[in-house]
Design a protein around this ligand. Structure first.
Ligand code: FDA
Length: 317
């Protein structure tokens, strides 16, 4: 109920206009967002790197509504790739295709995506395409698959365990050697497309995790570069899912380069550090920029307890 409400708020313009003007909301969002500028984001990554944790940087933005905004978003991602290169931090980038105009103009979005991949390839870096709501799943897969088949091996995708179609999608992506980040899924989806109960989502997550681990072994394109992810990237903070993956990995004698754990900036810092200290690959998703509102609302939707954190910031103002 609360989850659905926050996901509704994440898309409501009126709520965005209201909430982004509130100083305490900005302060609360800072728990999950590294800052509003590129410099702050690079500094946050450098601090993670010092703890043996890699990163993927996301310049926040989604559902772009004009060509100018899509072009600007494309330029900003390229600037980000160049800044990573200049600073020497260990990070790749994550992008959302709706930020590059996917809901506006498919061809424009594809051209911007390819330009970003070319820029990343020049500096030997990798681009992960986040997965958005189910209206964009097929288009996102088509664009990543198309790029990969035309020679861009420096890209990967996200699969959401809550979607009923994900088993088939994982099979297709694995047969095309496209690295996958596996998450549970953060949007509100209808029951005919997505599992509704958490135990079904968890079962799906565990099954997909197992099939991805075996493919990691055969992924040949990964250079010896900490900016690149492993084939299977397990994006979860769920202790049970992580324990399951650790057991699978131990049984398969999986090498660290076959898989890694990924978590969100500001969530389960204890777990991030523990896994890194124990020798597991850990990468943190570091979002930054001024368009923090929908991302922040999805984080509130995931965990009602975060609402108290939000309220506490109000009383501190
Ligand atoms: P679950 O929600 O069961 O949480 C397990 C535990 O983690 C909780 O008990 C709590 O301790 C902690 N936790 C989880 N969320 C929290 C929060 N918001 N605040 C505080 N604590 C929290 N989704 C998507 O649809 N498309 C995408 O591209 C991505 N990309 C992505 C990248 C990375 C690196 C991560 C980690 C996640 C995503 N997601 C995503 C989000 C994902 O789908 C999911 O919504 C969240 O990760 C929460 O699910 P968990 O697997 O952590 O489990």
């Amino acid at each position: 109920m609360l989850r659905a409400f926050f996901i509704y708020l994440s898309k409501a313009r009126w709520a965005q206009n209201l909430i982004t003007r509130l100083g305490f909301a900005r302060r609360a969002a800072r728990r999950f967002v590294a800052g509003e500028t590129l410099e702050e984001a690079i500094a946050a990554v450098a601090a993670l790197n010092r703890e043996g944790i890699q990163a993927t940087l996301d310049h926040l933005g989604e559902n772009t509504t004009s060509t100018e905004d899509a072009l600007r978003a494309g330029r900003e991602v390229i600037e980000l790739i160049e800044a990573i290169n200049r600073s020497g931090v260990q990070a790749n980038v994550s992008i959302k295709l709706s930020q590059l105009g996917l809901t506006l103009n498919y061809d424009l979005c594809r051209d911007l995506f390819i330009k970003i991949l070319e820029s990343a390839r020049k500096s030997g870096n990798f681009v992960r395409v986040d997965m958005e709501d189910s209206s964009l799943t097929q288009k996102t897969i088509d664009l990543v698959l198309g790029a990969s088949r035309s020679g861009f091996t420096n890209t990967g995708i996200v699969i959401q365990a809550y979607l009923r179609r994900s088993r088939e999608d994982v099979r297709l992506l694995a047969s095309n050697q496209i690295p996958v980040r596996l998450c549970k899924g953060a949007y509100k989806e209808p029951a005919h497309l997505a599992y509704e109960h958490m135990d079904e989502v968890n079962r799906s997550y565990d099954a997909l995790a197992e099939s991805l681990l075996a493919v990691g072994k055969r992924w040949k394109q990964r250079p010896e570069d900490p900016r690149w992810p492993a084939f299977a990237a397990y994006a979860t903070h769920d202790d049970k899912r992580i324990a399951h993956i650790r057991r699978l990995a131990a049984a398969l004698k999986a090498k660290p380069q076959w898989y890694e754990f990924q978590m969100l900036y500001g969530i389960r810092r204890d777990l991030q550090k523990d896994l890194a200290v124990s020798g597991y690959g850990v990468r943190v998703y570091v979002p930054y920029g001024t368009h923090w509102y929908p991302y922040f609302m999805r984080r509130l939707a995931e965990r009602p307890a975060n609402l108290w954190f939000f309220v506490k910031n109000f009383f501190r103002s």
